[in-house]
Ligand binder design. Sequence first.
Ligand SMILES: Cc1cc2nc3c(=O)[nH]c(=O)nc-3n(C[C@H](O)[C@H](O)[C@H](O)COP(=O)(O)O)c2cc1C
Ligand code: SF4
Ligand code: SF4
Length: 268
Amino acid sequence: MIFYFSGSGNSQAAAEAIATFQNDQIVSIVQAIQSAHYHYALKPGEKVIFVFPVYAWAPPEIVSQFISHVTFGEIDPDYISVVVTYSKQTGDCLNAARQLIEKRGWQVTSFYSLKMPHNYLIVGQVDSYEVAYQKLVTSVPTLREINQSIAKKEEVFKEARGLFPRLRTKGGSFLFRDLSKGPTSFFANDHCISCKVCEKICPTNCIKVKKKPKWEGKCIKCLACLHYCPKSAIQYGKKMEHKKRYTHPDVLWHELNQCRNKNRQPKF
Ligand SMILES: Cc1cc2nc3c(=O)[nH]c(=O)nc-3n(C[C@H](O)[C@H](O)[C@H](O)COP(=O)(O)O)c2cc1C
Ligand code: SF4
Ligand code: SF4
């Protein structure tokens, strides 16, 4: 069973490729949390695979929340794999994920990191078209290797820790806790066409669109709203207007985190 979360489509594309290869069921963590569905019965020997992006060298808060609540009934998972997508380095994300999973009395059997295009626009820029394209091309054989390894239930730990991984994960999480206090720096400029895409894809439902979007409540800085806005109208602070946006080419806004239900269809 594959559980995933994604902000700009990279982790979703990876999770879907894993589900196809492993012929396994895929579950959106956003949908699971929104419907308070935390119980999943495992078949004997069934693998559990978590797929998500690295946020500040650690798992995103929404993923930690899900892992701390999910239950598998009578059968304890005997193979848990964590697959993270990242753009530069994973820091000590493996240990952070391990701590979450061990708290539940389970073990991480394998960890894989998949380099993908950068999406954290709040600091810096997205990758150039050429760099993003190269990362996507390279991700295909890497994902095949990951899939073959998972299929054999190998015990493998492939990280891209970078320099000072522990320090980054400790300091980064602290810094990020601060950043995630509120969505007050978001606003939409006059290019907004009131389509409500941002409202429909926000994983924490913290956007309400009347004429323009308003942000209120818990924002996890996934940047889905910012990247998927069809008019690039969403800004964070003053310096974002000329920055390019990025979304994975195979994941359309209404597919993100399986937000396929009818009331999420656009009203253009
Ligand atoms: C809030 C936030 C924090 C991030 N932190 C890191 C990081 O610590 N290391 C890294 O390599 N990439 C980082 N990234 C980049 C993403 O991990 C990367 O682009 C990922 O593939 C995005 O996956 P998604 O499209 O499924 O959301 C961050 C992105 C966001 C939005
Ligand atoms: S997605 Fe963009 S254009 Fe649509 S309502 Fe939100 S800000 Fe406006
Ligand atoms: S407001 Fe935007 S960045 Fe914040 S959680 Fe919602 S979609 Fe993600």
